[in-house]
Design a protein around this ligand. Structure first.
Ligand SMILES: Cc1cc2nc3c(=O)[nH]c(=O)nc-3n(C[C@H](O)[C@H](O)[C@H](O)COP(=O)(O)O)c2cc1C
Ligand code: SF4
Length: 395
């Protein structure tokens, strides 16, 4: 897989040891304000403001607090955290140390995707080296009384465990099922203690922001979506790989960069995202337009879009934890509907009912998995009706 780097933010130069020492010499509130002023929003998909999250966890009562790195990276089509965990592990660990300092935590956990077990050795070696340099452990960087250390917890291959409360359940040794919210992890997280859960990219981006300043970060992106973002680009394009682009890039410009100008559709945000057709390629990738955790799947003119919808729905049916009815029943029923469409036996009245079921799932499912499971189905039907309904369906 190729890596197409720019040197904007995430891939810009940073001297980890010096940047960490410099950060720990500042007041906690000052660091949190820097992150807040940068406008950084979580890079795992949901886009919650990182400074606010750290502030809430810092203000929460509790002798024991945790910093958890969400390295589950289960969204179909995303592989940018893999690059960060492999080549930028020091920056991730330093980012977690800074988060621990900001919220008053001594313990950090990396929740590593089961399929990334092969990375354990490299990550552990990086931590050993950082302990030797006094960047992890006791009195970090000479800061008397500040201690922070990290251990790695391996996931077992469930997509839903990327959802932060299911992740916490899994960390505690339970079935990976999402919790009711509130209470939120910032007050009641791992072992009932205040917990910050952030994506790999979020920690690294925050580390750069603290080193180079909020104003520097805001120079990239848009007013509502500041900075840059990593994109995992795959599918029918000449140059798939991991890219860093400013937020607010248009779909058309992104396709030009990756050699995918010929695309008939792009799935933005992975299976849980939205399928965008050519007439929408002028849209921007940003929280205020099309938000994404970074998965971009390009579909060339020859692709059968009903098969694409089927593939995604099979994934959701397999990964639904089954805890709530809209998702458990909805994923199965939508998949059956897609199969009827395939056989040209889906009456229009039933198709309308399926869309209505999808919309019900979006508002009534308990977690993001069920809420987003119908997105691809609905957007593909909207955009490719002519292709999918080209042949008459039964009565
Ligand atoms: C089904 C599901 C899977 C998710 N998978 C991931 C994941 O693999 N990595 C991730 O960082 N966030 C994932 N999330 C989002 C997390 O719940 C959470 O919002 C995120 O870890 C918060 O970190 P951030 O604010 O830095 O983005 C997932 C959410 C859902 C609903
Ligand atoms: S929406 Fe799906 S994955 Fe989420 S709690 Fe309900 S059944 Fe489980």
């Amino acid at each position: 897989m190729s890596r197409h780097k720019t040197d904007l933010v995430i891939f810009s130069e940073i001297h980890v040891d010096q940047a960490l020492k410099k950060a720990l010499a500042r007041e906690r509130a000052d660091l949190i304000n820097e992150v807040r002023d940068s406008g950084l929003k979580g890079r795992g998909g949901a886009g919650f403001p990182t400074g606010t999250k750290w502030n809430l966890a810092g203000a929460a009562q509790g002798d024991r607090k945790f910093v958890v790195c969400n390295a589950d990276e289960g969204e179909p089509g995303t592989f940018k955290d893999r690059v960060l965990l492999t080549d930028y592990a020091e920056q991730l660990i330093a980012g977690m140390v800074v988060a621990g300092y900001c919220i008053g935590a001594r313990e950090g956990i990396i929740y590593l995707r089961g399929e990334y077990e092969y990375m354990m050795r490299g990550l552990k070696e990086t931590m050993v080296a950082m302990r030797k340099r006094n960047l992890l452990g006791k009195d970090i960087a000479g800061k008397k009384g500040f201690e922070f250390d990290i251990h790695i917890h391996l996931g077992a291959g469930a997509y839903v465990c990327g959802e932060e409360t299911a992740l916490i359940e899994s960390l505690e040794g339970h079935r990976g099922e999402p919790r009711n919210r509130p209470p939120f992890p910032v007050t009641t997280g791992y072992l009932g203690c205040p917990t910050v859960v952030n994506n790999v990219e979020t920690f690294i981006t925050a580390f750069h922001i603290i080193d180079k300043g909020a104003a520097w970060f805001r120079k990239f992106g848009t007013d509502k979506s500041t900075g840059t973002k990593l994109f995992s680009v795959s599918g029918d394009c000449a140059r798939p790989g991991v890219y860093e682009f400013p937020m607010g890039i248009t779909v058309a410009n992104l396709l030009k960069e990756v050699g995918g100008e010929n695309a008939k559709a792009v799935q933005i945000g992975g299976a849980s995202g939205r399928c965008v057709a050519r007439h929408e390629f002028g849209s921007t990738i940003a929280y205020e337009d099309i938000p994404t955790g970074g998965s971009i799947i390009v579909f060339g003119p020859h692709r059968n879009m009903l098969q694409v919808a089927k593939n995604f729905m099979e994934f959701f049916l397999e990964e639904s934890c089954g805890q709530c009815t809209p998702c458990r029943y909805g994923t199965e029923t939508l998949l059956e509907g897609i199969k009827l469409l395939e056989q040209k036996k889906c009456p229009m009245k039933y198709l309308r009912e399926l869309i209505s079921l999808g919309e019900t799932m979006q508002v009534s499912s308990k977690c993001g998995l069920g809420q987003s499971a119908p997105n691809a189905f609905i957007s593909i039907l909207q955009n490719f009706k002519h292709e999918i309904l080209a042949h008459p369906q039964g009565e």
